[in-house]
Design a protein. Structure first.
Length: 140
C-alpha cells in the first residue's frame, strides 16, 4: 500500500490503536451522565445528536481531557510500532532516544525533554486525573 516509512502510515496505525481505547474510556464517562438530563433536552425539541452535543459533552469535558492525555501518552511513548513501520525517514521521540544509546548524558537530557509535554499537559488537567484513575473502582 506504500504506507511504510510515511507519516500517514504511522498516523493510521496510531489511530487504529488509540480509537478503541478512547471509545471505551469515554463510554464510562458517558455512562455516568444520567439519561434523564439528555431526555430533558430532547423534550425541549433537540434531536438526539444535538442533545448529546449540547448537554452530555459539556458534562464530560473532564473525561475528554483525561482521555486526551492518556491517548497522548500512548502515542508519544510508542516505540515498537514505529520502529517496525519505519526505515529511518520517520523518527519519533522514542526512536530518537534509541539512536543515542550509550551516550548517557545526551540520552538523559532527551528523556527529560521528551517527558516535559506530558508533565505540562498533566498539570493542566490535574483536577480531572484523580477521577479518571479511580474510574470504575466504586460500583453504584
Amino acid at each position: 500500500m506504500g504506507l511504510r516509512d510515511t507519516h500517514i502510515g504511522i498516523i493510521l496505525v496510531h489511530t487504529a490503536f488509540g480509537v478503541p481505547f478512547s471509545f471505551w474510556m469515554l463510554k464510562s464517562f458517558i455512562d455516568e451522565v444520567p439519561p434523564a438530563i439528555e431526555e430533558a433536552g430532547m423534550m425541549d425539541g433537540m434531536s438526539r445528536l444535538r442533545a448529546h452535543l449540547v448537554v452530555t459533552v459539556p458534562m464530560i469535558r473532564g473525561g475528554l481531557a483525561v482521555t486526551g492525555l492518556f491517548i497522548f501518552i500512548l502515542t508519544w511513548n510508542e516505540f515498537l510500532l514505529t520502529v517496525t513501520l519505519s526505515d529511518k525517514l520517520i523518527v519519533t521521540v522514542p526512536i530518537y532516544l534509541h539512536h543515542h544509546t550509550g551516550v548517557y548524558g545526551v540520552q538523559a537530557a532527551l528523556a527529560v525533554a521528551a517527558a516535559l509535554p506530558i508533565v505540562l499537559f498533566g498539570f493542566l488537567i490535574q483536577k480531572h486525573l484523580a477521577r479518571a484513575f479511580t474510574l470504575g473502582a466504586i460500583k453504584q
